[in-house]
Each structure stands twice: as structure tokens, then as C-alpha cells.
Design a protein around this ligand. Structure first.
Ligand code: ATP
Ligand code: MG
Length: 294
């Protein structure tokens, strides 16, 4: 599978303190990489660095290649061509990402017009309605005139997905896209995302702190902690044969029907062996960071 996105030796510093350290991963065309880690592990900073949306105080090292082009070396106006067009992003909180005082149809239209200025009004209108229908918003014609507050949380997230996909990106970065939603709606949005990803052959970087969510959507998984990649492999490799103590503890912290309720759930603190060792390929494609003492 050709790599669409290749992140190599990425480090992100704030005032000389590394918050992401020597991180490497790739996302192939049409592939979903699930990036998992607890709060503060550097997931959002990693996704923002790909779009070059980090705040100016951040220092970034390494390379981020998209279709072979190092995004970190592009001029700001060249970067605009990638952001929102070839690479789209959806965020955790749908309400803050939508403009509360503009009808949703107009917001989707603006996303189209920004990247496809030559389209006529009628074509833009058709594309808006098609995008809304693709994310299963009923009666798009009528609903396109409504404002964000007139939609439910799940519908707002659908609208953001519509807006993200409207310029047919090759890569979608989804940072905790379902975390703010209740479990039933979360499942519907995951199914929708997976269906759209497959239909459009999208590469996707799917970020979550929730392993159960990642298991439903990712082809490959990368586990991060405190800015360091601890383990990466196919979904089955990581979920069925976790190699790192931290991954095991994350899996152990998810109760299942077979969990012995007499035993306390494994705690994340039980696996505090840091990330100073090197990554070792255990079987092809399955890399696990060893503790320095091993
Ligand atoms: N502007 C900043 N200045 C200094 N430190 C920052 C800044 N932004 C983020 N950090 C730190 O970088 C670390 C990683 O943050 P990041 O937002 O990437 O975590 P995350 O994995 O997305 O967590 P969450 O699951 O809570 O969203 C955190 O410890 C955070 O405090
Ligand atoms: Mg985050």
C-alpha cells in the first residue's frame, strides 16, 4: 500500500521541553490508522503539526511528507492548498467548529468556494445538498437553511464530516470525533465515517483515547504515551497480541463480559516503564518499544 502520509522522527517542543518525541508512523491510501493514548500524550499536537496549525511557540523537528512532499518546508500559501482540500480535519466539539450565526448550508458552500472558486452557484448548491445527503441529513434542501443550534449533537458532527469531505480530500484527520456524543450516536457516527472512508478510498488518521472505539474503525493502531510511540501494528496484532505493558494495561482497563468482577481492573499506573528503549519489530509490521532494562 502506497504511503499517503509519512511522519518521520517528529518531535515537538515547547520551550525546549519535548511534548512529542521522535515519532514516526505512516498512513496508506485508503487506510485507517488509529492513534491511541491517554490525555496529554501528544495526539492533538501531532495532528495539528500535520496541518501546520500549531501555535507559534512550538518548535517542530523531523519531516511530515504528504504524497512525498514535506509539508514542513512549504510556504504558507502552498500549505493552504493542502489544508482543507487534500487534507481535512474534524474535531471533537462540533458546536465550536460551526459558526452559530450562519445557516449550515452556507457554511458548507463556503468550504467548497474556498477551494473550488470556479464552480458556479448552482453547482455549489448541488454539492452542498449532495454532501448533506451523504451524511444522512434528511430533507437537505430545507435543513440547509437552518442554523447549527437547530441540529442535535450527532447531526452537527455529521455536518462537520460533510464539510470536511466536500472537497474530496485524500486524508482525513479525525481528532476524537465521537467523544462528545452519547454511545448510541457515537456508534452511528463511527459506522458513517467507516462507510464514507471506504466509499471514497480515504486515508484516515483517527485519534482517540478509547481503545474500544479505535478497534471498530482502524486497520492499524499506534499507541502513544507522554509523546512517545510505544507500540504499533495491525489492529489484530495490537489487540490480540499486545507487546507493551502499557498497551496490555490499557486493554486490561476495558471491562468485558468475561472480566472477573472480583479482581480490580488493571490500572494504567501499573505500566509506568517510560519510553526510553528502542522500538523492536516482533513480527513483520508489529513494533514494540522495549524497556531499557530488557
Ligand atoms: N501551547 C502549549 N504550550 C505548552 N504545552 C502544551 C501546549 N499545548 C499542549 N501542550 C502540552 O503538550 C502535551 C500534549 O498535548 P495534546 O493536546 O497533544 O494531548 P492529547 O493527547 O491530545 O490529549 P487529550 O486526550 O486530552 O486531547 C500536554 O501535556 C499539553 O499540556
Ligand atoms: Mg487531544
Amino acid at each position: 500500500m502506497a504511503a499517503l502520509l509519512e511522519v518521520d522522527h517528529l518531535s515537538i517542543y515547547f520551550r525546549d521541553q519535548a511534548v512529542v518525541r521522535d515519532l514516526s508512523f505512516s498512513v496508506g491510501q485508503g487506510e485507517v490508522l488509529g492513534l491511541v493514548g491517554e490525555s496529554g500524550s501528544g495526539k492533538s499536537l501531532t495532528s495539528l503539526s500535520i496541518l501546520r496549525l500549531l501555535d507559534a511557540a512550538a518548535r517542530v523537528e523531523g519531516s511530515i511528507r504528504f504524497e512525498g512532499t514535506d509539508l514542513l518546508t512549504l510556504k504558507p500559501e502552498q500549505m493552504r492548498h493542502y489544508r482543507g482540500c487534500k487534507i481535512a480535519m474534524i474535531f471533537q466539539e462540533p458546536m465550536t467548529a460551526l459558526n452559530p450565526v450562519m445557516p449550515v448550508g452556507r457554511q458548507i458552500a463556503e468550504a467548497i468556494e474556498t477551494h473550488q472558486p470556479k464552480l458556479g452557484r448552482k453547482q455549489v448548491r448541488e454539492a452542498v445538498l449532495e454532501a448533506m445527503a451523504a451524511v444522512a441529513i434528511a430533507e437537505p434542501e430545507q435543513r440547509s437553511r437552518d442554523y447549527p443550534h437547530q441540529f442535535s449533537g450527532g447531526q452537527r458532527q455529521r455536518l462537520l464530516i460533510a464539510m470536511a469531505l466536500v472537497n474530496r480530500p485524500l486524508l482525513l484527520i479525525a481528532d476524537e470525533p465521537t467523544t462528545a456524543l452519547d454511545v448510541t450516536v457515537q456508534a452511528q457516527i463511527l459506522l458513517l465515517l467507516k462507510a464514507l472512508q471506504q466509499r471514497n478510498g480515504l486515508g484516515m488518521l483517527f485519534i482517540s483515547h478509547d481503545l474500544a472505539v479505535v478497534a471498530q474503525i482502524a486497520d492499524r493502531v499506534a499507541v502513544m504515551r507522554q509523546g512517545v510511540l510505544l507500540e504499533t501494528g495491525t489492529r489484530d496484532q495490537v489487540f490480540l497480541h499486545p507487546g507493551h505493558a502499557y498497551t496490555k494495561s490499557l486493554l486490561g482497563a476495558v471491562p468485558t463480559l468475561s472480566t472477573n468482577r472480583e479482581q480490580p481492573l488493571a490500572t494504567l499506573a501499573a505500566a509506568a516503564d517510560g519510553g526510553a528503549g528502542s522500538l523492536v519489530e516482533q513480527v513483520p509490521g508489529h513494533w514494540v518499544r522495549c524497556s531499557p532494562s530488557v
